[in-house]
Design a protein around this ligand. Structure first.
Ligand SMILES: *Cc1c(COP(=O)(O)O)cnc(C)c1O
Length: 384
């Protein structure tokens, strides 16, 4: 767009203002082609050869995400997991990495099982404390520090700027899983991060109808090139239709996230005082351990994710989830419909998730309806 001073919300709403030069359509077509014609002189002047490395339907989502993150470039992937694992597979066996003890469970399992077998040396730390990250990095050996903030499912907050300073002093890169914060609330690259990862399945798409991932990079350096090569070689690309749906979803990212933040804040405030609730975990709660850091590095809200620990333990938590009528009992997050999940049940053995915890993904329904539904479920579970 011509105006360089537009806010990110305007860039997202208009997907950078793109209009098709041929038809003047304000929404892009879906390019289904798997291959591109070579010019008669044997060159590929379009810059595109084959749809595994290149697809024009990716361009708009990638350039919009790069603009929203203040990044040099972005890459969309077939899933959040394929985006995240690419960051580790672009390293070399023998390299040392630091990751959080509390993080997205499937990625933690992959690091502990596959990545270590492949030859990475992985240390899991309490990333809420910068000192723990500092104690784990090894100068010259640590190549990547991975953090997630706020972190699933207890929403601990990591100081991104401090983690970047620690990583860089050790000669390592900092990658941030910013799925829950979204570029609306946090821009990790401005705080010193090198790579930002999203499960685009969640808020970026926002409608629970595709699986997708994304990386945004501060620089287009050799590491970035290897991430791009990895996607092309492994074929962890998004389908054309899914890429189009992702872009469609991203246009409403700002109003969806703003609404979810307001409702989550309201629910957190109201459930703190609930007789059936032991504790509310939400970065926006003034009493929450990570609140001060969250206030510094998150703008415009504290996210749409919170957890409640239910009085009466695991049995009462599962019974409460069984009695909701508006909330949907499902895993995942960041969609327009609110989801509730007994998180320990899905993470399984070895999880650090408390067994009395219900994870809540707040959608865009009316906050009062969401409160009343969960309130009646908690009370009925208590009487059961
Ligand atoms: C869902 C999720 C992932 C994994 O993304 P997929 O799109 O499911 O592969 C990674 N990190 C976080 C924080 C997530 O919520």
């Amino acid at each position: 767009m011509a105006d360089k001073h537009l806010h990110a919300a305007s860039l997202a709403a208009q997907a950078l203002g793109w209009v098709d030069p041929m038809t003047k359509a304000i929404v892009p077509p879906i390019h289904m082609a798997s291959t591109y014609e070579r010019d008669a002189d044997n060159a590929y002047r379009s810059g595109r050869v084959y749809a595994r490395p290149d697809n024009p339907t990716f361009d708009q989502a990638e350039s919009t995400l790069a603009a929203l993150e203040g990044a040099s470039a972005a890459l969309i992937f077939s899933s959040g997991m394929s985006a995240a694992t690419a960051c580790f597979l672009a390293l070399s066996p023998g390299d040392h990495v630091v990751a959080p003890k509390v993080m997205y469970w499937a990625l933690r399992n992959w690091l502990a099982a596959f990545a270590t077998r492949w030859g990475l040396r992985v240390d899991f730390v309490d990333a809420d404390r910068s000192e723990a990250i500092a104690a784990a990095v090894r100068r010259g050996e640590t190549k990547l520090v991975w953090i997630e903030t706020p972190a699933n499912p207890t929403w601990g907050v990591t100081d991104i700027a401090a983690a970047a300073r620690i990583a860089h002093a050790a000669g390592a890169l900092l990658a941030v899983d910013s799925t829950v914060a979204t570029p609306v609330l946090t821009r990790p690259i401005e705080l010193g991060a090198d790579i930002v990862m999203h499960s685009a399945t969640k808020y970026l798409n926002g409608h629970s109808d595709i699986i997708a991932g994304a990386l945004a990079g501060a620089r287009q350096d050799a590491y970035w090139a290897s991430l791009k090569t990895m996607r092309a070689q492994l074929g962890t690309i998004l389908g054309q239709t899914e890429a189009w749906l992702l872009m469609r979803g991203m246009r409403t990212l700002f109003p969806r996230v703003a609404w979810a933040c307001r409702s989550a804040e309201t629910l957190a405030e109201r459930f703190v005082a609930h007789p059936m609730v032991e504790e509310v975990l939400y970065p926006g709660s003034p009493s929450f351990a990570g609140h001060a850091i969250a206030k510094r590095q998150m703008r415009g809200g504290f996210g749409g994710m919170l957890s409640v620990r239910v009085k009466g333990g695991e049995r009462a938590a599962i019974a409460s989830a069984a009695r909701v009528e508006l909330w949907k009992r499902a895993t995942s997050l960041g969609g327009v419909e609110s989801l509730i999940e007994h998180r320990a049940s899905i993470e399984g053995p070895g999880t650090p998730c408390p067994t009395d915890l219900l994870r809540l993904s707040v959608g865009v329904e009316d906050a009062d309806d969401l409160y009343r539904d969960l309130d009646q479920a908690l009370r009925r579970a208590d009487n059961a």
